[in-house]
Structures are given as structure tokens and as C-alpha cells.
Design a protein around this ligand. Sequence first.
Ligand SMILES: *Cc1c(COP(=O)(O)O)cnc(C)c1O
Length: 338
Amino acid sequence: MVDFPRFPILWGETPLMPLPRFARAIGAKSVWIKRDDLTGFAFGGNKLRKLEFLLGEALEQGCDLIITGGSLQSNHARLTIAAANRAGLDTWLCFAGSRWGSIQGNLLLDHLLGATCFLTGAYGSEGLLQAMEEKAEEAREQGRKPYVIPVGGSTAVGDYGYVLAWDELERQRKQQNLPPFDEIYLPAGTGGTLAGLACGQERDPAGTLLVGISVWLSKEKAEQEVRHLGDNLMREIGEAGEFSLQSVRILDDYIGRKYGVPSEEGNEAIRLLAQTEGVCLDPVYTGKALAGLIDQVKNRDASDKNLLFWHTGGTPALFTHASSLQGGRSVEHRLDCP
Ligand SMILES: *Cc1c(COP(=O)(O)O)cnc(C)c1O
């Protein structure tokens, strides 16, 4: 039994809903969605499930300052400052690169939420972690007690939030008398969300394949990361079993040009879900992940399966990519209107 301290942020279970019009449009038997874009406040997203346990640990250790970071449009950074505000903790955000972008989307929200922001000149998860450790050293010299959260909030403590998310999904599924999902699709960044769900399923198997659509790492590298995070998590929660990638498949075919740059298939997926179901995705994570689901249905025989799409949030980034999203059917329709 685990007993990680928890700082409550979520309002309750996130909705589990069918997507009948979308399923029909892509020729799939059944597609459902888990709405982790609705995890509560500051526009929601998967990071809040991790932050409940990360901030729980920070508070237990008596820390007074949260240090984390990411790209300028990091959803994790935005949700960390939002959650830390509720916990009464200061936040320093360390950003990758050496140029400020426009104050839009997540970065605008970081400013509104009152974060202290640094541009580090560092790149990549490891470079950023080192920059954060240096900031933490500075903070200690000032008499502060910092708590450093690595990029994406992916530590065993944070990822535990997604072990519980698995339990939540299974509870909802049984309440609604649904058969097990054959495949669950979700974006994979650091892989912590995927590792958490996979550990959840190790404890309570449902025969579900977890399909992670990588948004930056190669398949091999992503598998290595998920295995590493899963091993740590299993050890931390005292599970006897070995973590295996048995229920996990990673696909790296939908990254497009690179991380953070929208892809045409991703943008099409965003339009299709919005126009059939009224649900908005983002172009960096969830749009690309849904493009993966659509391709697997249309070209690789996933059409007769019970599918679930796990919406991990990220919608504030939509507005920073307005120019790439302006093409397509939706705009023509609008121009045709009287
Ligand atoms: C961070 C993030 C992810 C990736 O989660 P990982 O646990 O890092 O794999 C997916 N979607 C959105 C919207 C995110 O912000």
C-alpha cells in the first residue's frame, strides 16, 4: 500500500464520454474519450494529476518554492504555477532556449499567474534539469527551501497520479457497464503518463493495449524512458511484479517535422473532432495523437475495436498556432455564410 501525501487539486473524476459522430466519420466501431483536459482549473491538463502528489511531497518536506521548467509554451509550467498558487508556494519557471517568444498561450498564463520566469539558454530535459538545479542552489543561498520538479513532472511520485487515473477509468467503465477498451490512445512526451497508466494496469489488468503516440522521441528511446519510469514507479509503490512493456505500444510515425510544430494530419484531426463532437484539442500533443488513432483505424485494422482517446489537455497552445490552423474546410465554410 502506498501513502504518498496528496495536495488535492482535482475536483473529482473527469468525464468519460462516447464520440459517436466522430467514430462514424472515421469508420470506427466505437470511440470514447477521457476528458483530462477538464482536470479543474487554469485550463486543465494531465499535469494536475501529477502535481497533486508532487506538491504533496513539497509541502510535506516544508518547501517554500517550486522550481520547474520546459519550453516557452509548456503546459506543465502553466499548471505548476497555477497549482502552486493554490498551495501558497512561490514558483520559478526555467525555460529552454535563449529568446522570449510572444506573450501568448501558456506563457501569457504564466505571467498572469505571477510566475518568476527565467530564460536558461539550456535545451532538452537534462539540460533544463541542470539549469533548475543551479537555480535551486541560488535559492538555497537566499535562505529558501526549493523543490525541483523535472520537465513534465515525471518522477515516480508524480506518475503515481496516473496509476490512480487508471483506477478511475476502470471504476467509471464498470459503472457504465462498458466492456474493456481494446486500445487506449494518448500522446507520449516524457512518457510518465503512459508509464503511470501501464503500472495501473499491471495491478488491475483489463487486457487493454496502451498506444503512446510519441511527440518527440524515437520509438526506441521512448520505450526506454517508459520502461525506466515504470520500473521506478513499481518499486516506489511496492509492487512485487516487474514492470513490462507488454501492454504498451509506442508509435513514432506522427511527430511530423518536429516537436512543437503542427502537422497537417494533426490539424485535420483537430478540425474533425471539433466539427463532429465540439471537443477542442491542441496541435502539439493531442492533435498528433488523434491523427495516430485515425490512421490506425483507417489503415491498420483498428476499426473493429473498442477505442478510447485520452485527452491530456494543452488547449491554450491552440491560440499560439492560429496561423497554421487557419487553412482547411472550416474557414471556407465560414466565408460561405451570409
Ligand atoms: C505534458 C503533456 C503530455 C505528455 O505527458 P507525458 O507524461 O510527459 O508523456 C501530453 N499532452 C499534453 C497536453 C501535455 O501537456
